[in-house]
Design a protein around this ligand. Sequence first.
Ligand code: KIV
Ligand code: ZN
Length: 522
Amino acid sequence: MTNVTDQDRVLIFDTTLRDGEQSPGATMTHAEKLEIAELLDDMGVDIIEAGFPIASEGDFKAVSEIAERSKNSRICGLARANFADIDRCWEAVKHAGKNRIHTFIGTSPLHRAIPNLSMDEMADKIHETVSHARNLCENVQWSPMDATRTEWDYLCRVIEIAIKAGATTINIPDTVGYTAPVESADLIKRLIETVPGGDEVVFATHCHNDLGMATANSLAAVAGGARQIECTINGLGERAGNTALEEVVMALRTRNDIMPWNTGIDTTKIMHISRRVATVSGFNVQFNKAIVGKNAFAHESGIHQDGMLKNRENFEIMRPEDIGLSGTSLPLGKHSGRAALRDKLETLGYELGDNQLRDIFVRFKDLADRKKEVFDDDLIALMTLDEEDDRLQLVSMKVTCGTGGQAESTVELEVEGKDVIATAHGDGPVDATFKAIRAIYPNKAHLQLYQVHAVTEGTDAQATVSVRLEEDGMIATGQSANTDTVVSSAKAYIHALNRLIVRREKTGPGADTREISYKDLT
Ligand code: KIV
Ligand code: ZN
């Protein structure tokens, strides 16, 4: 077992901004990446994997700026096994007080076949690239991608090479989410015992959730001796996602009796960052998701409520406050003032400057005029509204629905300063509205996702709508909240279009689109 860290301490390596963000459709803007990085840093994440600097100018800038702004976390960038990637990664992370280069190569038979390298050639490449990274940065992580499907002898051989070349952390990825907890624990334990120098580095576990075992596999790896867990907020990530940070952290905290390892995470910050990641990625959290799902702390059935009233511990193994969920709190209303609003938003995790407060107060008053009681979830939805780009703006709309499903929508938009009106018919009010918007602003964007959520109960509830559009490989997600579902849908669609326009304009030299797709990772 490693003697490098305190034996009771497990490092939390968050890769929401790299492995999470590479998930199709989860693309975040520069400002959103900076915000999430700041929240991760504040909550006590040990290492933030901020991106893949060579992938695009945008990734490079995001990693560099996150590195410059970092306070306590170590900032890490990803690099494939070549000098250009590693140099670019170093250029970005070198600004951080604490930095790391993470370089990797696929070592399983299937992954070795992609660059068509023999076992010996790959071994040489690992030696060269890890040595190069270590000459630049004193903290180097190396990953044999698809480690759990790599032949045992070869895995031991390449890990030994990486350690000799200067890697300080060895990460064992279960890239395709294939492993099971007993294997996960056993693999790490045997590697630490077998590989020369294995007890002088930190072993990390990086699991994907294809079989729903990512959390169990990560915790089993820790039992086997791993002292770094790689994870993402809400388990965001490609396919079934990555290990969820909130799950491993709360499991270690709640069952510390049988898993006596600690993290440095301030768990009261979990709920806020979970909501922000859901909002900016456009990936909503399922209601029954462990820890951060809307129902995770709701004890609705009669038996449970009765038990809860007698003694919370009957059904509650964690307290909502532990993850930053405020208990029952009084709703605000149209007579609530600015100070009450600021106070409430602060308890929900938002720290606002005076200008931001002024803007949100206007929106709050508007909502309170339409809705008697403004609940915490209403305020959170209001905070998701994003006015960053406004080429297209909704001026007015009028919708008529017939009983046969046919609807007519007349939409007035301000398009770069000019008012334009169009009427369209469609299969229901949302379809008609989207068609009217397309008539005003013709585009070939393909609607990848249209999702509606009622924020609270009651017929006056706000509906939050997410719309994801795709055009020539570029993806943009728009969101909106309104007590009127069709207005909310129109605004979310316009928001996504605005974002697509900005992205389209940036295409060309210095564009923020990825020149290297994550599919070309080897
Ligand atoms: O899943 C994986 O193998 C990865 C590597 C790049 C570490 O994300
Ligand atoms: Zn991964």
